[in-house]
Write a protein that binds this ligand. Sequence first.
Ligand code: ASP
Length: 311
Amino acid sequence: MFGIVIHGGAGVLRGHHDLEAYRKGLDSALSKGYSSLAEGGSALDAVVAAVYDMEESGAFNAGVGCSLTVDGRAEVDAGIMNGNDLSAGAVASLDSVRHPVLAAKRVMEDTDHVLLVGPGAMAFLETYGIRSDPELVTPVKLQKLNELRQKWVAGEGRLAKNRIVYDRGARHGTVGAVAIDSKGMISSAVSTGGYWLKLSGRVGDSPIPGAGFWADSRFGGAVATGTGEYAIRTTLCRYAVDLLARQECAQSAADAAIAEVTRRFGNGTMGIIVLDKEGDAGFSYNTEGMGRAAFFSGWEKPLVQVFPEDK
Ligand code: ASP
C-alpha cells in the first residue's frame, strides 16, 4: 500500500478569482506525488514532487505564487520531515526562493541543523545554486499589495494585534503533502509565502516541526494551513499525530485538532491534512474551503475537493 494526501491551503473562498487553475494545480501535484510513489520513489520523494509542483504552479501561495510582506518582499518558509528517524529540515524568511522545499531538504540532509533562516540560509543554499529569483515579485503582486495596503489604511478587514490586516479574500494557497510509501515510510512537507501584509521577518508555522508539519512512520503524519500563529500555539500537527498514536483514525484526529483550534481561536483560522499508517486520509478545516486531494494504491480514482459539499 502507498499513497499521498495534499492540500492547497485553507481559506479558499467561493469567489476565488481562478478556482479552475487552483483545482488543476491540485490535480497536477497529486499526480506528480502519486506517480513518484508508483515508480518506487520514497515517501520523501513523493512529498517533494507534489510540493515542488505547487510551488512552480503560480496558483498557490508558495514559490512562484507566494504572497508579499507589507514592504513588498517575497519571504518564504518551508519544512520537511522523514518519519522513519524524525529527521527534519526547514527554512524561514528566505528571500524570493522559488522552491523552498528543496532548500528545506538540503538543510535536513546536508547539515546538523533543523532550521536555517534569512541571510545565513541564503549563503548556505548558494553552494547548491539556490538563489533569489526576482520573478517572485511581479507588478501584478505589487498592485495587489498596494490595494491591500489601502484597505488597511482605510480600516477595512480584520486588524490583528500587530496591526496587520488579515485579509481573508487575499488568503489561500499554502501547500503541503503527507505520503506513505510501500515500505511504510511516512513523510511530510510544506511550503508557504505566509500571508499578505505580514511583517518582514515574520515566521509562521510552516517551518516549525510539530506546528506546521510532523511525521512519524509508527503512526502517521500531518500538515497544517491557516493562521500559522495558531498552529504554533497549539503545536497542531504534533497534536494530531499524538491522537493517531492513541489509536484515533486520520479523520477523527484531523477533526479533533481543528476542534481544538476553533475552540481556542474561533472559526476561519485553520485546516489540516492527516495520513495514518493504515493508509487512511483525514481532512478538516474551519474555513470556507480548503483545497485537498488524495490518492492511494487500490483506489479507483483520486479525490480532489475544495468546498465541504464537494464529492
Ligand atoms: N500557515 C501559513 C503561515 O501562517 C499560511 C497558510 O497556511 O495560509 O505562514
